[in-house]
Design a protein around this ligand. Structure first.
Ligand SMILES: NC(=O)c1ccc[n+]([C@@H]2O[C@H](COP(=O)([O-])OP(=O)(O)OC[C@H]3O[C@@H](n4cnc5c(N)ncnc54)[C@H](OP(=O)(O)O)[C@@H]3O)[C@@H](O)[C@H]2O)c1
Ligand SMILES: [Zn+2]
Ligand SMILES: [Zn+2]
Length: 366
């Protein structure tokens, strides 16, 4: 039997909510297209933001296409986007940090329980009760949360960040995921002058990692499968660039790294990088390919190497990262696109053909 799906309009919104424009995937195999969603009416501690730019993370693509079905199955329609910058249009009566007209940013988290040990330590990314910006149960409206491929969003002020006023907004948007996801492990593992640091995969995350490692004074080596990115890697701050398909070039670095950040979005041989670590060296995965990676026990045993992962970052560290970027006048290198080009952008992401982040100009959704 055919069912009718009622699309809410601005006039016909649920009580306590209003309609907003968005772009959504309706299934794992359909292209993204225009869609109407509900946003809640700002509550006491809420900030309503007109979205100006939203970065395009490879996680958006993984989830739009349900590639993480075993861990985080996608609920459709899915509105991706967790690299959000915009301008505050309205605030609830209890909001202290923002007023209408301010710049504001939202990353991968829009809520958490605020009471657990992790939340109290400002490490909300480890809260077992957090709410992700999209494809996560929405405590206010039911259904799932909808991300930044939209003209507006309403978020509790604890999860809203300040954007340094000297930063280009299109380039600042990707800091909210690509920036914090690389900054956090780089700080955690003590990247600094005198350390040798590798970055694997020069995409959205990878190019931010190169900028941070270089800014912190580390000797920075980029591993790429794309020879065409070599010059850019040097410009972004690499001291050396290795084409990872070349075994001889790889071998020259055996046993020499203090830390390697792996930001590859697809299946690859991680053992080739574990072998490049020096004694007690660590390799951290931020890339999240859908299939498990095979790890050689000997690669870890010899040299007492360690393999870790790292998810995004907490709110205080995200603000610290934004302020660090403000001080260094540093943002992501972006190609600005209208929302109507999102499907083309996804195809280019799959081909590693992005320099180095797509940032959607949300004026195109009006
Ligand atoms: N841990 C977290 O919290 C977190 C947060 C955000 C994103 N992620 C994940 O991190 C990954 C990277 O995201 P992104 O947005 O930076 O993606 P991206 O812009 O597509 O960059 C990924 C890069 O990986 C390299 N690559 C792609 N396919 C490869 C293959 N088959 N073998 C070797 N290298 C390959 C390419 O770099 P080269 O051309 O230089 O080889 C590519 O540019 C994704 O899986 C994403 O979901 C995780
Ligand atoms: Zn992301
Ligand atoms: Zn918590």
């Amino acid at each position: 039997m055919a069912t009718t799906h009622e699309v809410p309009t601005r006039e016909k919104a649920r009580s306590g909510a209003h309609a907003a424009k968005a772009f959504a995937a309706q299934s794992a195999t359909s292209e993204l297209g225009p869609h109407t969603i509900q946003r809640r009416t700002p509550l006491e501690n809420d900030v309503q933001i007109e979205i100006l730019f939203c970065g395009v993370c490879h996680s958006d693509l993984h989830q739009a296409r349900n590639e993480w079905s075993s861990v985080m199955p996608t609920v459709y329609p899915c509105v991706p986007g967790h690299e959000i910058v915009g301008r505050v249009t309205q605030v609830g009566s209890g909001v202290k940090k923002f007023k209408p007209g301010d710049l504001a940013a939202v990353g991968c988290l829009v809520d958490s329980d605020r009471t657990c040990r992790e939340c109290q330590a400002g490490q909300e990314q480890f809260c077992t009760n957090f709410t992700l910006t999209y494809n996560f149960p929405d405590k206010h409206l039911g259904g799932v949360t909808y991300g930044g491929y939209s003209d507006e969003i309403v978020v509790d002020e604890r999860f809203v960040l300040h954007v340094p006023s000297n930063l280009d907004l299109a380039g600042a948007a990707p800091l909210l995921c690509a920036g914090i996801t690389t900054y956090s492990p780089i700080r955690h593992w003590g990247v600094t002058k005198g350390k040798k640091v590798g970055v694997v995969g020069l995409g959205g995350l990878g190019h931010m990692a190169v900028k941070f490692a270089h800014a912190l004074g580390a000797q920075t080596v980029v591993f790429t499968t794309s020879p065409s990115k070599k010059e850019d890697a040097f410009r972004l701050g690499a001291d050396e660039v290795v084409i990872s398909k070349n075994a001889n070039e790889m071998q020259k670095h055996a046993g020499s790294f203090d830390f390697i950040l792996d930001a590859v979005a697809a299946d690859h041989d991680i053992n080739a990088y574990i072998n490049l670590l020096g004694r007690d060296g660590n390799i951290t995965l931020v890339g999240a390919p859908d299939k498990p990676l095979a790890v050689s026990a000997f690669g870890l045993i010899m040299g007492r190497h360690s393999l870790s992962g790292s998810p995004i970052g907490g709110l205080p560290e995200t603000q610290e990262m934004l302020d660090f970027c403000g001080q260094h006048y540093s943002t992501a290198d972006v190609e600005v696109i209208p929302i109507q080009k999102i499907n083309e952008a996804y195809e280019r992401l799959v081909r590693s053909d992005v320099k180095y982040r797509f940032s959607i100009d949300m004026a195109s959704l009006k």
